[in-house]
Design a protein around this ligand. Structure first.
Ligand code: AMP
Length: 397
């Protein structure tokens, strides 16, 4: 059988990120981003092999953007497109794994939009457009939440009245599941351990950040909760705050819930602390020049990350390795070493040369000999979505 191609789509409210994944090749034959959809300066950027291209889309919506990009994808796949995998942020408690898309599944995703009002409707626009254009192709929804559905009740329940859980689905779900799953499986392969007998702490540190405890291939706890705001300090998200902060801000400043949500999701985190940027690269450079707020932002980020990882360790029977991934996890040696410095009781020690070497896609083991294993593993959510899409196609063949 010749190797198969899956188109992976991540549809946002005004963007479509896409990549063609070939099951036998590390490189994506084509990948790109359509942005500012619905506005007059809508644009499509794509990379075919090493060549970069750009086309103005002049007010195109999602469907028109698909009409433009799908022929490019068809050409790059040489007409051999096996399926389409869609990233969907929230599957609620309904989806424990990827699901082939049909009307019923779409309805459940729509109902879960109450839990992810910004993300699920945007994902559905992409799904409906792609299904209208490719009705004959198997299309699969892969959920950020699904991997964490193995969490036990003591990890996913909040200590609030039970009816909020039973009647209103108020519980912890967790996100970034595709990434936590991909890197924990990759770590097992790298270290020669069977997935079903391996124990990992994972730290996905990008613009959004979360930790997870992955035991024998299953997520047993994770730092994000009902929404992707819970847990770690992120680029612009506060992560955990005292829940009474909302009331305090309403009482003292007269802010409404919308304003509070905007401040905590868009103006907080590294940006809020530093007053400078949500971008870790910028903060590391500013710290080197002595910027006190950037220095503090990095310190809070690392300390809170260390605290979260130490807490996640409660879910592990033993530790086979701590994995860093995501833009910050894969590139920022400073963040990696600072975080481990805050976890003194765990006896971590880095091989500093190996730590420095892991940047721009270079992964590997970065711990010193005879100390608990620490790994940097570049995440590849597109590949994981393609793997799950193909598995589902095979299961139904
Ligand atoms: P992601 O959302 O996974 O693309 O990650 C974005 C984050 O990764 C941003 O905070 C970037 O500043 C950070 N990042 C990317 N490259 C580097 C780097 N070389 N050093 C430090 N942080 C980086």
């Amino acid at each position: 059988m010749s190797s198969r191609n899956v188109l992976v789509i991540n549809s946002g409210s005004s963007s479509i990120k896409f990549a063609l994944v070939n099951e036998d090749s590390e490189q994506f034959p084509i990948q790109g981003l359509a942005e500012r959809l619905g506005s007059s300066d809508a644009v499509l950027n794509w990379q075919l092999g090493d060549e970069k291209h750009v086309a103005q889309l002049h007010g195109a919506d999602h469907k028109e953007a698909f009409e433009r990009l799908l022929p490019l994808v068809q050409k790059a796949s040489q007409g051999k497109l096996t399926g389409i995998g869609h990233r969907v942020v929230h599957g609620g408690a309904h989806f424990t794994e990827a699901s082939a898309l049909n009307r019923e599944v779409i309805d459940v995703i729509r109902r879960a939009a109450v839990l992810a009002p910004l993300h699920n409707p945007a994902g559905l626009i992409g799904i409906e457009a792609a299904m209208a254009l490719y009705p004959e192709l198997t299309q699969v929804a892969v959920f950020d939440t699904a991997f964490h559905q193995t969490m036990p009740a003591h990890a996913y329940r909040y200590a609030v009245p039970e009816h909020l859980y039973t009647d209103h689905n108020v519980r912890r779900y967790g996100f970034h599941g595709t990434s936590h799953m991909y890197v924990s499986r990759k770590a097992a392969v790298m270290t020669g351990l069977p997935v079903e007998d391996s124990c990992w702490l994972t730290a996905h540190l990008g613009n959004g950040c979360s930790t997870a405890a992955v035991v024998n291939g299953e997520s047993l706890d994770t730092s994000m909760g009902l929404t992707p705001l819970e847990g770690l300090v992120m680029g612009t998200r506060s992560g955990d705050v005292d829940p009474s902060l909302h009331n305090h801000l309403a009482r003292t400043l007269g802010w409404d819930t919308q304003r509070i949500e905007t401040v905590l999701t868009k103006e907080s985190g590294l940006l809020g602390l530093s007053g400078l940027s949500n971008d870790m690269r910028t903060l590391i450079e500013a710290r080197e020049k002595g910027d006190e707020r950037a220095t503090l932002a990095i310190e809070v980020f690392c300390y809170r990350l260390a605290k979260s990882l130490a807490g996640m360790a409660c879910a592990l029977p033993r530790l086979d390795g701590l994995i860093f991934t995501g833009g910050i996890g894969e590139n920022a040696s400073l963040v990696r070493s600072k975080t481990l410095d805050y976890m003194r009781l765990f006896n971590f020690k880095l091989d500093e040369a190996a730590n420095q070497k892991c940047v721009r896609g270079e992964g590997g083991i970065i711990s010193a000999e005879n100390h608990p294993r620490v790994l940097v593993i570049p995440t590849n959510e597109e590949r994981q979505i393609a793997i799950e899409t193909l598995a589902l196609i095979d299961a139904h063949a």
